[in-house]
Write a protein that binds this ligand. Sequence first.
Ligand code: FAD
Length: 381
Amino acid sequence: MSTIWDTIVVGVGGMGGAALFECARRGWRVLGLERHAMGHDRGSSHGQTRIIRKAYYEHPAYVPLLHRAYERWYDLEQRIGKHLLTECGVLSVGLPTSELLQGVETSANTHALPIEKFDADELRLRYPMFRFGPEYAGILERSGGFLAVDDCVRGYVDAARQLGATVHESETVFGWQATSREVIVRTDRGTYHAARLILTAGSWLGELLSDWGVPLTVMRQVPMWFGVEFPEQFRRDRMPCWIADTPAGMFYGFPMLDPLGVKIAEHYGAVEVGHPSEIDRQVHAADEERLWHFLTPHLPGVVGPRHCATVCTYTLTPDRHFLIDRHPEYDNVCIAGGFSGHGYKFASVVGEILADLVEHGRTSWPIDMFRWGRWTASSVD
Ligand SMILES: Cc1cc2nc3c(=O)[nH]c(=O)nc-3n(C[C@H](O)[C@H](O)[C@H](O)COP(=O)(O)OP(=O)(O)OC[C@H]3O[C@@H](n4cnc5c(N)ncnc54)[C@H](O)[C@@H]3O)c2cc1C
């Protein structure tokens, strides 16, 4: 007789891996179905690093989730015996009136988070590798830093497997059906039955919810690694992670962590498409030129050459806030997606929230802002 699973997780990437672990930790028989092989580079959670920070310019409502996310990342470190989160600080730079600086300050004030503020002169003295005009200012959050994302994703899947979770790699889910008592999931290899379903399919989430018209779009992103003139200036004891809001767009980067040089990218700034199959996976000269437009005036010590580049996707909601909720028609189906290019740092708490939602239909974590009902008539409240 085939197994009846307690929970099936569709999409074992950043969020799905953490959800799989949280379900296994609760003693459930849990199956993860992943269309690619583990460690693949077709989704949104591959690579070297993701920024993590608490003074969240996007909205102060994220801050309680971030406190919990940090705790859960440290927990994962202890479980797998690997350093994952490096607090080298995050420096935000922009005009004092910019969305970035105003937002960082609002979150810091609302939640009493320690920050350090710099005017343009102080910024130049403290961080001589940057060049910004006298109209700019900066804010440093010392507790910010970066996650070693490939290790984090692998860490959650390994920890889940150790607790008894099963993962089927290279198996694509084509569709699912639900009643209040059961879900049935169809793949290219078979049919599975479970009591509950978690959908964490990243950029493919829209096609698994096509009957409900979730307004998700996909955006191509191309981070690159460049050589620097004086590597000692870019070490992580001197250079924090950084985000810069400029008239040319929002850019971000990391200190130099290895011989590839510094990793730099633009946040958003590309066209939105409807499906990941429309994403151009080639790297073009124009992708690099956009970064040089920022680097030449603002980080002149980054001199090249370009050592590496990778194509990655954002999955966007219209308001750029996440989608985390129960399905509007089926209480035993939960969804997490639309992380809009800033979600990975939350994966550790999102896993916990998804397990809460399928187990109890609610969570004690504040997720009102992420409700499905903000777009459709069929709200679940
Ligand atoms: C270049 C870049 C930089 C970023 N920087 C940051 C940052 O600094 N800080 C931060 O917090 N966030 C950052 N993000 C955002 C963050 O990485 C994403 O929000 C997060 O990784 C999304 O995770 P996910 O689980 O939703 O998607 P994914 O990790 O892509 O997982 C979805 C999984 O579902 C699988 N799947 C899809 N469809 C099916 C199916 N039908 N059947 C089976 N499996 C399926 C996919 O193969 C994939 O493995 C960045 C994103 C990018 C692209």
